[in-house]
Design a protein around this ligand. Structure first.
Ligand SMILES: [Zn+2]
Length: 198
């Protein structure tokens, strides 16, 4: 829980949560980040294009950010929350539906090659140039959270083959070679070309 801005001993607390260091939507100057020990807050609503997986997408590309970026040594740690709405259609009945994503973010950004372990590197977002670009962090979190095959209801009776099983009422199918057409073909072949038993 963040304490309100009641005390500000050195008088350097910014008067507004968003200042000029936030440029190009989700970029934060690394120099600014590293100058202060305090995390940099990013509370705003942004519109990101192309947030879609199949027929499911972020409604209007609109995302509410409540993020903190904090320099820790050579790395930048991004934590906070994302809220967005998604829209799509039920995979069975194809009726339109939607929902809300309420996500937690906790990611590490580091300069390429600054980490030696390949396992670690796979979980780290690259820090390139003079800015920390939080957009990939936000995008990944949202795309991974989008429902790929949403259902309007678990019991939706739309046109889904799994809901209309074709096996009820039929007994066991005889599995032996007798009467099986594949074996019949083999028998016929043997009759013509098989090795002479004598
Ligand atoms: Zn449905």
């Amino acid at each position: 829980m963040q304490s309100p801005e009641t005390s500000d001993p050195d008088g350097s607390m910014p008067s507004a949560p968003i200042d000029r260091s936030v440029t190009d939507s989700l970029r934060i100057s690394l120099a600014v980040l590293r100058r202060r020990a305090d995390p940099r807050r990013l509370d705003r609503t942004v519109v990101l294009g192309d947030l879609r997986v199949g027929g499911v997408s972020i409604l209007d590309g609109q995302v509410e950010l409540s993020l903190e970026a904090e320099a820790r040594g050579a790395e930048v740690v991004v934590t906070g929350a994302l809220v967005a709405r998604w829209e799509g259609e039920c995979r069975r009945c194809l009726e339109p539906l939607g929902g809300r994503l309420d996500l937690r973010v906790n990611e590490v950004m580091a300069a390429t090659g600054s980490r030696t372990s390949e396992d670690d590197a796979s979980d780290v977002y690259p820090l390139d140039g003079d800015d920390a670009d939080l957009e990939p962090v936000v995008r990944d979190a949202l795309l991974l959270a989008l429902p790929i095959s949403p259902l309007c209801d678990e019991l939706c009776a739309g046109p889904d083959p799994e809901r209309f099983p074709a096996t009820s009422g039929t007994g066991d199918v005889e599995a032996g070679p007798v009467g099986d057409p594949r074996w019949a073909v083999l028998d016929a072949l043997r009759g013509d070309d098989g090795p002479d038993p004598g």
